[in-house]
Design a protein. Structure first.
Length: 195
């Protein structure tokens, strides 16, 4: 629990920092956590939804469905060839686990990881790899996805509508705030007065 008056809202990880994190985890042989970063960002999944996936759900598929735990809504997830190849590569590096097994299962305990486990490991990697982000959590990957997609779609109102649908938000304005666009625009207005 954060102290009163302290914001705990996750920030997006800059995309180049995200790629650097993926490279470091791969270089250091930390494949399961690399896979978490890939799935959480590439599919814009909440941690609770990522933790429910089995290998059968995500391996060698072009499309899969997720019933979002928070909203109860069905979400169609398209897996592009690059992400599919990355997942397949990590599956092999992780020793080709049983397809019916949860992806994020602790080898040490044999039990599924929890949201708290994920947070602990992400904070550890933030420190280890000197990531330049203050409020880093599993939710940061969902926001990283949003910012990257917004840029790829031309930073238009249409892009916000598409992302709003992807996130199951009530509208584009919610999505704009969610991925941090409004905050950046508001802060830029303070530069208007110059002496």
């Amino acid at each position: 629990m954060a102290a009163k008056g302290v914001s705990t809202t996750a920030e997006p990880l800059e995309y180049d920092e995200y790629l650097r994190l993926i490279e470091h985890l791969d270089r250091d042989g930390i494949y399961l956590w690399q896979l978490f970063c890939v799935l959480a960002c590439a599919f814009a999944l909440r941690v609770s939804d990522a933790l429910r996936q089995t290998w059968h759900d995500v391996l060698n598929v072009e499309v899969f469905w997720v019933r979002e735990g928070k909203t109860g809504k069905e979400k169609r997830v398209r897996v592009n060839p690059s992400v599919r190849a990355k997942i397949n590569d990590l599956y092999v590096k992780l020793g080709k686990p049983d397809l019916d097994q949860l992806v994020f299962l602790s080898k040490r305990t044999g039990r599924p990881y929890t949201r708290q486990n994920i947070g602990y490991h992400l904070r550890k990697y933030k420190k280890k790899y000197l990531l330049s982000i203050d409020k880093f959590s599993s939710h940061s990957f969902r926001k990283t996805y949003g910012q990257k997609a917004f840029k790829e779609l031309g930073e238009t109102d249409r892009a916000l509508i598409i992302l709003s649908r992807e996130y199951n938000h009530s509208g584009p304005e919610v999505t704009r705030r969610y991925i941090g666009i409004k905050d950046a625009e508001y802060e830029a207005t303070y530069n208007a007065i110059q002496f």
